[in-house]
Design a protein around this ligand. Structure first.
Ligand code: TRP
Length: 370
């Protein structure tokens, strides 16, 4: 497939740039850097809309919290219009059945509320409840080539690790669905980790091609890269729901203590912060430092030659203390499931109104208003 019509660029001013006819991710407008975005977000929060989301596959953990959840709350509190997606359809990319789905969805919303997401200011909604969002999938699929879909490195990686024997059409095309998530509400900022960058590039490509074929409708969203360093799980590999090595936000203080007690360390008594040479010990030091908002080197120095046991005591206390108010809030919300469902219902309603307005524009642009 080729895109040979002139692009209008993200700002809608014509004639700035031209797509050369390649199907590849020819970028016509370069993405705004995260540093510049941060600056503008602080100065003019009202001119941004943020969209981000999670797959409801299980409890969110400390990696999510320090990697993205805290940042979402910060953006919301800055006054940025924030949309948070419960990506229920996306669960079905690497598995046949989304088990305990309703339970996981409620847990996810509870985690959001516990972290400080305020449903008055942020819109929390689910894929499956917003038909007009999903309908964007058809025009959007027509804008990407089969080979582009096959080149997405994150999808390739997920296929390699998938528990399914065959690759489903949804696995192959979900980055385009993710473009629907982002573009339906015309989000211009997407806070993501490095692994999501290829998906964001798909969204930018889809927006650009739609605009150049049918007229300016969509902004080209920018990635807001997370500055948070990677936290390792208790086994020393990446903290992940599916690896059973994560400390979830909803864990009790005792469970947290037990998990940290079992965490991998090394044989050197002197505790140092040296992520390259001592990844497991350093990740624990970092976790304590993040919880206490301190410099990890200082935390390590303080523990000194106390060894793994002292380190784990420090980390356990730091985590439990930091999460105590959050966990207390979570318990309160959990006691009233009808409130949790109401948060979603309200968010779904808002998302539907926005999605229908966008779909209307898309129909008009595509000459489909009969
Ligand atoms: N792909 C994301 C994940 O696996 C979830 C997600 C779905 C998302 N749609 C999104 C993230 C849109 C950002 C923007 O965690």
């Amino acid at each position: 497939m080729s895109t040979s019509t002139p692009s209008t660029g993200a700002t809608g001013t014509t004639g700035e740039t031209t797509i050369t006819g390649q199907a590849g991710p020819a970028t016509t407008t370069s993405p705004t850097s995260t540093a510049e975005l941060e600056d503008r977000l602080r100065r003019e929060p009202g001119s941004f809309r943020v969209l981000t989301g999670d797959r409801p596959t299980g409890a969110l953990h400390l990696g999510h919290y320090f990697g993205t959840l805290r940042n979402r709350v910060r953006l919301q509190d800055l006054g940025v219009d924030t949309y948070i997606l419960v990506a229920d359809y996306q669960v079905l990319t690497d598995r046949d059945i989304a088990d305990h789905l309703a339970e996981h969805v409620e847990d996810l919303v509870l985690d959001y509320l516990a972290c400080g997401i305020d449903p008055e200011r942020s819109t929390v909604f689910a894929h499956s409840a917003v038909p007009a969002l999903n309908q964007l999938m058809l025009p959007f699929l027509s804008l990407v080539s089969f080979s582009e879909l096959g080149r997405n490195p994150t999808v390739k990686d997920e296929i390699a690790h998938s528990r399914q024997s065959a690759v489903s059409g949804l696995m192959f095309t979900y980055p385009v669905h993710q473009a629907c998530d982002i573009l339906f509400c015309k989000a211009n900022v997407v806070p993501v980790g490095q692994d999501q960058l290829p998906h964001l590039e798909v969204s930018r490509t889809v927006a650009r091609r739609f605009n150049s074929r049918y007229g300016q409708v969509f902004p080209e969203p920018d990635a807001l890269l997370s500055a948070a360093p990677l936290l390792l799980g208790t086994d020393g590999t990446k903290m992940s729901k599916s690896r059973g090595n994560a400390i979830s936000l909803s864990a009790t203080a005792d469970e947290t203590a037990r998990l940290i007690k079992g965490a991998k360390t090394d044989a050197t008594r002197q505790i140092t912060y040296d992520p390259e040479h001592r990844p497991e010990v350093s990740s624990l030091v970092l976790l304590a430092a993040l919880c206490q908002d301190r410099d990890p080197h200082e935390v390590a120095r303080e523990i000194g030659d106390g060894g793994g046991a002292a380190l784990k005591r420090t980390v356990t206390e730091a985590v439990n203390e930091h999460l105590a108010p959050l966990r207390a809030r979570r318990e309160e919300f959990a006691a009233d499931r009808s409130y949790v469902r109401k948060v979603l219902r309200t968010g779904n309603e808002r998302a539907n109104a926005v999605a229908e307005a966008t779909l209307d524009e898309v129909r008009a642009a595509m000459d489909m208003r009969y």
